[in-house]
Design a protein around this ligand. Structure first.
Ligand code: DX5
Ligand code: ZN
Length: 218
């Protein structure tokens, strides 16, 4: 699939979401939607009604990152609504295998996210259930945080596991991805890059996406 860029609308203007998404449609592969419930993470953003509204206005597929308690209850509804990728957190899911299978059967790509301190080795046997593994490169909850280099060895180990099993599994990184950090993440083995501040904080979001893609593709 090659390098993919998924700009996070967490750093966009929430009062103008449709326009903010349109502004990146020519350059991005996905729109990353951060759903936060103020329980799993100490921040509150948006939920299913806004995702449903956005689906009607977005030319790009939605990549929904659920930072919520009880993803087992909520995740399938995002897939049924039309999100093309749905990510649940390993730390929050009580029945991840069942929930990932429900996401897939609703027609979306199923993805599992791991916080910086969560070992990927625990999930090695589950990799075949996944279309994407999200390795958080910040503690989830807020945009604009600093990229955690301590996660780089885990990205490398995850890439080795995927190669060893010959799986068609994307490895996404999320948090602090910028022109300064994206090359390190790509070199370690990530191929899908979420970027909030680096895209929506830029003068020209599309140009920022093109720059990130070129750096990751080196
Ligand atoms: C953080 C979110 C990220 C966030 C990334 O918890 O999951 O998607 O928007 O923002 P930046 O790229 O600014 O770190
Ligand atoms: Zn995210």
């Amino acid at each position: 699939m090659g390098i993919q860029i998924s700009p996070s609308i967490l750093s966009a203007d929430f009062a103008r979401l449709a326009e903010e998404v349109a502004a990146i449609s020519d350059a991005a592969d996905w729109v990353h939607v951060d759903v936060m419930d103020n329980h799993f993470v100490p921040n509150l953003t948006l939920g299913l009604p806004i995702v449903e509204a956005l689906l009607k206005h977005s030319a790009l597929p939605l990549d929904c990152h659920l930072m919520i308690e009880d993803p087992d209850r909520w995740a399938p509804a995002y897939a049924e609504a039309g999100a093309k990728s749905v990510t649940i957190h390993a730390e929050a899911a009580k029945a991840p295998v069942r929930t990932l299978r429900m996401i897939r059967s609703a027609g979306a790509r199923a993805s599992l996210a791991l916080n910086p301190a969560t070992p990927v080795e625990h999930y090695e046997d589950l990799l075949g259930e996944l279309d994407m593994l999200l390795l958080m490169t910040v503690e989830p909850g807020f945009g604009g945080q600093k990229f955690l280099d301590v996660v780089l060895p885990k990205i490398r180990r995850a890439r080795e596991m995927v190669k060893g099993r010959d799986l068609d599994l994307w490895i996404q990184v999320d948090g602090g991805v910028s022109a300064e950090t994206i090359e390190r993440a790509a070199e370690a083995g990530a191929d899908v890059f979420v970027a909030g501040n680096a895209v929506y904080g830029a003068e020209d979001p599309s140009a920022a996406i093109r720059e990130l893609r070129a750096l990751a593709d080196k």
